[in-house]
Design a protein around this ligand. Structure first.
Ligand SMILES: Cc1cc2nc3c(=O)[nH]c(=O)nc-3n(C[C@H](O)[C@H](O)[C@H](O)COP(=O)(O)OP(=O)(O)OC[C@H]3O[C@@H](n4cnc5c(N)ncnc54)[C@H](O)[C@@H]3O)c2cc1C
Ligand code: FES
Length: 281
């Protein structure tokens, strides 16, 4: 059992938990994730390790209530426990001194980008962070991003804060004004695909953190299969970061929607009777 030490709402549907998980905290590196299960009957879902405190023996997760399991997770409180947490999983981000790095984040991807920019800044890079959200209310972690970036640029779709437009509008402006050595993009798949399409003709190395459906997280079940270049990869063990210019985006988009019907049915069922024991035993 893994105890929730603190709970904080970052926006209407995004929450941060600090969880007691000493062994995971000791070994976790930027870019890695955990797979958790809330109870015996719960599904397994992957979430990025958004921070850690090795002295307290805790990790942070930041999640968006997207469907049944993340909504059920959001209903827990300080002092409650999560049944299983496995990790750290996946390859850590390769941190080195590249020069000028642009980190592009959208939505809850902002939480995933935070540990990466922290380490890239510490390694001596100039880190320009571009973060996008639909509106000001959905923007999260502004202070932490500012603290860990050489420059923070904010874009909102409706212009309610920062620059009006998408993160790609801002990225296009940045790459037209300075030499960029590498781009990281973490967020919704259409955003990562758009960034890849922009940087490919400019020949700027671009890494993305892919979010296919995962089940076991050990390379055994095949759920997280992605095509990268002419190779089949399993994001849980070969990734989750890959060369954005080689990802087969259309296949990823189509595989992400494979279980939509079942996910919606399960969420509806849960919403009608969240206390039902059939969800838990
Ligand atoms: C490596 C990795 C790291 C991630 N990190 C974060 C994070 O830090 N914060 C965050 O909010 N989200 C993160 N996600 C996405 C998160 O796992 C899904 O939002 C979650 O599984 C949705 O489950 P649900 O039951 O609430 O919603 P559902 O209604 O079941 O699904 C909503 C959508 O989430 C995706 N999804 C569903 N089940 C899974 C699954 N088992 N594995 C992966 N995706 C799934 C599908 O695209 C689906 O359409 C990450 C995904 C991956 C692969
Ligand atoms: S999650 Fe099963 S192979 Fe990656």
């Amino acid at each position: 059992m893994f105890k929730i030490i603190s709970k904080k709402s970052l926006s209407s549907n995004i929450k941060r938990y600090e969880i007691e998980a000493g062994d995971i905290a000791k070994n976790a590196k930027a870019g890695q994730f955990v797979i958790l299960r809330l109870h015996e009957k719960g599904e397994r879902i992957p979430l990025t390790i958004a921070g850690k405190d090795t002295i307290k023996g805790t990790i942070n997760i930041i999640f968006q209530e997207a469907g049944k399991t993340t909504t059920e997770l959001g209903m827990l409180n300080e002092g409650d426990s999560i049944r299983d947490i496995v990790g750290p999983l996946g390859h850590p981000t390769e941190i080195e001194k590249f020069g000028t790095v642009v980190a592009v984040a959208g939505g809850v991807g902002t939480a995933e980008v935070l540990p990466v920019i922290k380490d890239l800044l510490k390694a001596g890079n100039k880190v320009i962070t571009i973060v996008g959200s639909r509106n000001k209310d959905l923007l999260i972690l502004e202070d932490e991003l500012k603290e860990n970036s050489s420059r923070l640029l904010i874009a909102t779709d409706d212009g309610s804060y920062g620059i009006k437009g998408f993160v790609t509008t801002v990225l296009s402006d940045v790459v037209s004004k300075e030499k960029v050595d590498i781009v990281y993009a973490i967020g919704p798949v259409p955003m990562m695909k758009a960034v890849a399409n922009m940087t490919k003709p400019l020949n700027i190395k671009t890494l993305v953190s892919l979010n296919p459906i995962m089940v076991d997280g050990t390379g055994m079940c095949g759920a997280c299969r992605v095509s990268v270049g002419d190779k089949i990869k399993f994001a849980c063990v070969d990734g989750p970061e890959f060369n954005a210019h080689q990802v087969n985006w259309d296949e990823l988009i189509s595989r992400l929607s494979l279980f939509k019907k079942f996910e919606s049915a399960s969420f509806e069922n849960f919403k009608h009777n969240p206390e039902c024991k059939c969800h838990k035993e």
